[in-house]
Design a protein around this ligand. Structure first.
Ligand code: ATP
Ligand code: MG
Length: 224
């Protein structure tokens, strides 16, 4: 669904941060992306939803060449890829439910209130539907961000350090949600430097672990 062949990327006039990236995100698979802080995990995710374009190499998303995507092509790609950002932002003056429904509102679709209610129930935020984002805890914000990322039923879910600031119990709850999404057929890619999270996931689901190191991508072995 996302394929990179010998992809290189660097910011602005800088040297390549990532190089020789060859990767296939396989439909239905659970993937982890790990690597030290600053190694390029967020950058790689941004390449996957065409927020950044490769400097070299070939990259396709759902069979389309990313280098030649026009605006409509990018819009279509973004519908098929749900993103949970490392530091999720919300419109603070809008209640949580409206924030979660925003991708639908923005794309001009009528909001399916029943589906929205189900989704809030799934992330256990039903009681907070009318709350404003600034009043939510870190774990509640992350679950809201996950609900917002999947409201348009994407094929691929990218989650960038979704458990970054959460305690272990809340991390496990979030992991369960990601595993449920994967079991329902979605491809998942989670960037994390938390090896305990990866171990906990591998006990429940077969996951591919990719590691960025020195600007290169490697398949991490069974050492985890
Ligand atoms: N917009 C940008 N312009 C220039 N350099 C950037 C930009 N965004 C990130 N970088 C640099 O690129 C490198 C990789 O950043 P990135 O955010 O992809 O790392 P990361 O692996 O996600 O790190 P972390 O684990 O801390 O989230 C870092 O050195 C960072 O400073
Ligand atoms: Mg990052």
């Amino acid at each position: 669904m996302i394929e990179m062949r010998d992809v290189g990327f660097g910011y602005h006039g800088e040297a390549d941060l990532l190089s020789g990236m060859t990767l296939t995100l396989q439909p239905g698979m659970f993937h982890f992306l790990t690597g030290p802080s600053g190694s390029g995990k967020t950058t790689l995710l941004r390449l996957c939803y065409a927020d950044l374009l490769p400097r070299s190499g070939q990259m396709t998303a759902f069979g389309h060449d990313m280098q030649t995507l026009d605006r409509d092509g990018i819009a279509l790609l973004r519908r098929r890829v749900g993103v949970v950002h490392q530091d999720p932002q919300f419109l603070d003056h809008l209640p949580l439910a409206e924030n979660v429904a925003l991708p639908m509102t923005v794309s001009g679709e009528p909001v399916d209130m029943e589906a929205l209610r189900d989704l809030l129930g799934w992330v256990q935020l039903s009681q907070h539907a009318r709350a404003l984002p600034p009043s939510l805890s870190g774990g509640e914000r992350q679950r809201a961000a996950l609900a917002r990322a999947v409201i348009l039923s994407p094929d691929l879910v990218l989650a960038d350090e979704p458990t970054g600031n959460l305690d272990w119990e809340m991390s496990m709850r979030l992991l369960q949600l990601l595993i449920e999404l994967n079991k329902s057929g979605k491809t998942v890619l989670v960037a994390t430097h938390d090896l305990n999270l990866i171990r906990a996931a591998k006990a429940q689901v077969s996951a591919r672990v990719l590691r960025i190191s020195g600007g290169r991508l490697q398949l991490a072995g069974a050492d985890l």
